[in-house]
Write a protein that binds this ligand. Sequence first.
Ligand code: HEC
Length: 321
Amino acid sequence: MRSPQPDLSKRNADPACYVESIRELACTPNDDEMGLAGGVALGTIGGTKSLPQLTNLANPGRVVGERIAAAAGIAVFDLRRASAFTSKILSRDVPPARISQLLAQFTQRKAGPDSLATALDRTPATRDNARLALRWLHSTGLQPANLVAAFNKAAGFDVEPLRATSEFVAKLGAEVRSRGDATRGREIFCRADLACVNCHSVGGEGGNIGPDLNAIGSGQPLDFIIGAVLEPNREVKESFEAVEVTTKDGETYTGFRANAGDGEFALRDTVRNEVIRIRQDRISQQRNIGSVMPDGLFNQFTREELIDLFRYLAELGKGKP
Ligand code: HEC
């Protein structure tokens, strides 16, 4: 049987042969995943040899899909260069769905977030790109400090996060009881930029990275809820202590421990949303990182919004709508 495919062994030898298909892939209008896969394939197979082609695709004159595919390809073998290209891409507004794809190229590599943060200090993201980037990072539970700081700065959120001191909690609690509006609070809880629903479910709807909040209001006092939301790391709920694992290849995974077989480590990855199994001998580093729930979510809040959100949470499980 004749295969219509070109000789793959030759293709391996010369990454230039891929350029045309990658350019085609990167331009596939309804399949951004495909374009990205093309860029990564070129970077993986060609390594530094594919740099000229990828650099050409990363050119500002190219459509954004091609530039993202190129940055993803370069990230495979040269994070610093990929970071420089990425900060340039993010310095002009990018379609929201593309931001997470682009960032994932960095968050899944050990030195990726810091490298991108350094480039963003030089060439900052637009305000909207930065907000979308933070929204995605919040929803995944990833909080690489330098990268979050770079985006917070570009988004205009670079203020000290609220601290749940006992004074603050007592005063806010009194306001929640006297004038909080649970209906408005529910709208805030469901807002995409906060990502609460990405990780928590209420009434069977929402994500499962964090505990369900069906009965949080009847099960916990208001002061506790305020503290848990403003400073997630103060008391991390049992079995929700997150770990970060780095492999010898420099890949990183974040999530919760899962049942593992002999000689392996298993983790419910909160970013990839699946159980990852890694052979123990592939692991180079493993550390507890506390809660994956982001702090600093509230820097952009008005006091009224905070009051309403906590009223909503306080009433969950108390039989009110
Ligand atoms: C990236 C995922 C994530 C996001 C986003 C997130 N949370 Fe959480 N949340 C968690 C995890 C995991 C825990 C359990 C660990 C801990 O105690 O911090 C938690 C704990 C809590 C708790 C304490 C629950 C308990 O039973 O002790 C409350 C209340 C809560 N979150 C509310 C919120 C609200 C409100 C938002 C949005 C403003 C939010 N969370 C956003 C992951 C998330």
